[in-house]
Design a protein around this ligand. Structure first.
Ligand code: SF4
Length: 810
């Protein structure tokens, strides 16, 4: 990766260079770098405007959809509410229409009052507060210059942030570790403050000024893993508690171990995307470098003279963007380097070799990472046990290519358990990235206790999982993370709870999963949505109105306000599915999704669906119970200009089938049956290993022009068992040219599906369960191979098969 090309996304803005506390562990005033003495106390509005311009230009040049400002100090609240508000305006204004702005502030909390909280509420500023534990722990370092404690005032600040009107602003607590404090006492003291997240920060240290370590009683030597041991005590307690909030260092290790992103600069190999801008407009490297030597963070650049891209060329910045290549030889050879990344850059410093060393916390990091890894392995074994499995008889039924109501209902239950696991992971991550998600996450935790069925119903929306997968993978867009609030509305509404949520506007609208969509238009960042028994209320700007939720889904009576459109349903013979044409996460079906349907389009879908479902009930009845039990959603896709049919299922969207509206009901019936096979098999694959994932070979597939990996071949084969069956029935029941076409289709697909079964079986990569599953398909196909087919259909089918294989050339 060309790290120089990685844009900066996070900007720590020093709004005040002094502090009202005199914490003796502060890197700002107590470390080697004393440059703060020369800086203006307050960031001027002129410099704030320059910063805003530079950041906006940078966002435009790199196509960034969001940036993060962290207002910092010294103590940023010393700037005063009025000046801080003006600074925020200057920082934000140039980014209007360019990129979303995620605003945060880190404060010691002693000045935090309602005036500041109102300001932060108006600007959606998340607030992180420093607190080192209980009073004894906090007083160890965090005192005023005259020795007075800061503890009571910090608790007041946290109490204010817990009040309902400010709760969404509460980002969490930053706690600097002192291993002289009892870790469990620290944890319990922080837990009482109900933080959404805790940052446990290793005290800044270098090889020249190493961290204090107790001596081991046996050897008399400093204990090399004292910090890891301290953290592990908290990890154990936090796990016992059911992990009621995120702890960034643990969550980051877990994420990195799973191949995800780090949530902190303290570990991981990701290139740094953070710059610091001081009160005088000078651009600096990461602040904690102040501990290394006087002037260590300086770049010599400033927002008055220099583009932000210039900072990427600075050797100090560049060295933090080189991934593995930027690490010491010892780190490069380390078994946990992909997770540790050499630790926080300043912690590697030693006079002489400078940063070409492992972290001064090396032994701690290694021990902690290996501990979390072992815990994660044990937890995944537990999670696998927690997943609801399907019974052996249902698995066999599904393997045969069918699956009735009971078997599919078991898959639905299994997916509910998958969704719960995903919510735990994605919810905490979203809460870390979005003020909207933070409040929603706490509401969802409460709903889990009070109304679990309503929560499960909201999570059963097919695109919850698509959203969760994106969030766990580390989406940078805070509006995506904030979409958790929309699921909270759905859950609260179905629980009949009275609650209010702020939901970020995406694409000019707010989509409430399974409930409907509110058109908002540009220029509005968020909408407040209230839930109450039987009703939803919306507040946008100064307007507020209410719509009923008990109106039949899709009823025009429910569209009491032009901007609100309730979810649209298709119904036929007692079976109802939702048309999903607004959810922002629905675009996961390989093909472009259709925009919100017109009334004429909806009428066409209703007509076609009615015909398709009646055909399935009458002629393909073996598939109807499974479909009725598991198909909840049809997502319209864009039709191809060449007229080829378009349909797809998505692994992360259980219960949904995507399709462009075909011109005949029987074609839609085939698409539904075909795609629901993929839905079922995807759910089976969540529960069972059917094949060896290390098989990287590509295989010929008769239904594709490109060769497929083993899972693709398995998916296609499973779908084509049903496709073969569909044509088998149609050739018997249709008449005229339709029957002749069906005969050829049957003749072709029974042979080519059977060949695909042979390929799967011969791959040598199926697990024992996979072999049974595939043999189930073979058993279903067997009798169909014995059915007589006209010689002309056989010949036409053979020709098509040969032509395809020749064209695919594999
Ligand atoms: S554990 Fe030590 S050697 Fe390994 S990457 Fe981290 S700092 Fe480097």
């Amino acid at each position: 990766m060309a790290y120089a090309a990685v844009p900066f996304r996070q900007f720590v803005i020093k709004v005040h260079s002094r502090c009202d506390l005199a914490c003796d562990h502060c890197y700002m005033y107590e470390s080697a770098d004393q440059s703060w003495r020369m800086r203006p106390r307050v960031l001027s509005l002129e410099n704030a405007a320059l910063i805003g311009e530079r950041v906006a230009r940078h966002a435009l040049a790199h196509g960034l959809d969001s940036v993060r400002y962290v207002l910092h100090g010294g103590e940023p609240l010393l700037a005063g509410a009025s000046h801080l508000g003006a600074v925020i305006e200057q920082l934000r204004r140039p980014l209007d229409g360019v990129a979303a702005v995620d605003l945060r502030i880190h404060t010691n909390g002693v000045l935090l009052d309602r005036e500041f909280c109102d300001l932060f509420a108006a600007h959606d500023v998340s607030v992180g507060v420093s607190l080192d534990g209980d009073r004894a722990a906090n007083d160890r370092h965090r005192r005023y210059a005259d020795g007075r404690t800061s503890h009571p005032r910090v608790l007041d600040a946290l109490a204010l942030l817990r009040q309902s009107e400010y709760r969404r602003l509460y980002a969490g607590i930053l706690c600097t570790i002192d291993i002289a404090n009892d870790p469990v006492a620290v944890y319990e003291a922080l837990k009482i403050e109900e933080p959404p997240r805790i940052d446990l920060l290793l005290p800044h240290a270098t090889w020249d000024t190493p961290p204090p370590r107790p001596l081991a009683p046996d050897s008399g030597l400093p204990m090399p893993t004292a910090y890891a041991d301290w953290l592990i005590r908290i990890y154990e307690r936090w796990t016992l508690d059911g992990r009621p909030f995120g702890i960034r260092i643990f969550d980051s290790i877990a994420s990195l171990l799973a191949g995800g992103p780090s949530l902190t600069e303290a570990i991981g190999l990701e290139p740094s995307d953070l710059l610091v801008i001081e009160t005088d407009g000078l651009i600096e490297q990461v602040d904690s470098l102040k501990i290394a030597f006087d002037g260590a963070p300086a770049t010599g650049l400033s927002v008055s003279n220099d583009d932000l891209d210039a900072a990427a060329k600075h050797p100090g910045v560049a060295s933090r963007r080189q991934g593995l290549d930027g690490l010491s030889a010892q780190c490069r050879a380390c078994p946990v380097v992909e997770v540790c990344g050499g630790g926080l850059y300043p912690h590697r410093y030693r006079s002489g070799s400078e940063f070409d060393n492992p972290s001064v916390y090396c032994a701690d990091l290694l021990h902690l990472i290996e501990y979390v890894k072992a815990e994660q392995v044990a937890a995944s074994a537990g999670a696998a046990r927690d997943l609801v499995a399907v019974s052996a008889s249902s698995l066999a039924e599904l393997g045969s290519g069918f699956g009735g109501a009971a078997a599919v209902a078991e898959l639905v239950q299994a997916q509910a358990s998958v969704n719960r696991l995903l919510l735990a992971e994605a919810g905490t991550r979203a809460a870390d990235r979005s003020v909207y998600a933070r409040a929603a996450w706490q509401a969802l935790v409460a709903l889990d206790a009070d109304a679990p069925a309503a929560l499960a119903s909201a999570l059963a929306h097919p695109y919850f999982r698509a959203w969760a997968a994106k969030t766990i993978a580390g989406t940078a867009d805070p509006a995506v993370a904030g979409h958790l609030a929309a699921f909270a509305v759905t859950a609260a509404s179905r629980a009949g709870s009275e609650a209010e949520f702020d939901i970020p506007v995406r694409g000019g609208a707010v989509s409430l999963p399974g409930l409907g969509r509110l058109l908002v238009g540009g220029g509005t960042a968020s909408v407040r949505v209230g839930t109450a028994p039987g009703a939803l209320s919306f507040s946008v700007g100064g307007a507020r109105w209410t719509v009923p939720t008990d109106a039949a889904v899709g009823s025009s009576a429910a569209a009491s306000e032009d901007r609100w459109r309730p979810a649209v349903a298709l119904a036929s013979d007692g079976f109802t599915v939702r048309i999903e044409d607004t959810d922002p996460e629905r675009d996961c079906h390989q093909w472009p999704v259709a925009e919100s349907l017109s009334e004429a389009d909806r009428a066409a879908w209703r007509d076609r669906f009615d015909g398709a479902w009646r055909l399935i009930l009458r002629d393909h009845a073996a598939y109807a119970p499974g479909l009725a039990a598991g198909l909840t959603t049809i997502t319209p896709l864009v039709a191809r200009p060449d007229g080829h049919e378009v349909s797809a299922a998505a692994r992360h969207a259980f219960g949904a089938v995507g399709a462009a509206l075909p011109d005949r009901a029987d074609r839609l019936a085939l698409l539904l049956v075909h795609e629901f096979q993929h839905v079922k098999l995807g759910a089976v694959l969540d529960l069972y290993d059917l094949y060896d994932e290390s098989d990287s070979r590509l295989y010929y597939a008769a239904w594709r022009d490109d060769p497929r990996p083993l899972e693709g071949l398995l998916q296609g084969t499973y779908a084509h068992v049903a496709v073969t069956d569909f044509w088998r029935v149609r050739r018997q029941l249709d008449t005229g040219p339709d029957a002749e076409a069906a005969e050829i289709q049957f003749a072709r697909w029974r042979i080519q599906t059977a060949e695909a079964v042979d390929t799967l079986a011969a791959s040598g990569s199926l697990t024992p369960t996979g072999r049974e599953f595939v043999e189930g398909m073979r058993a279903t196909l067997g009798p169909w191979l014995d059915e007589s087919v006209s010689s002309s259909a056989e010949a036409a089918a053979g020709l098509r098969a040969r032509q395809h294989r020749h064209a695919a050339a594999i």
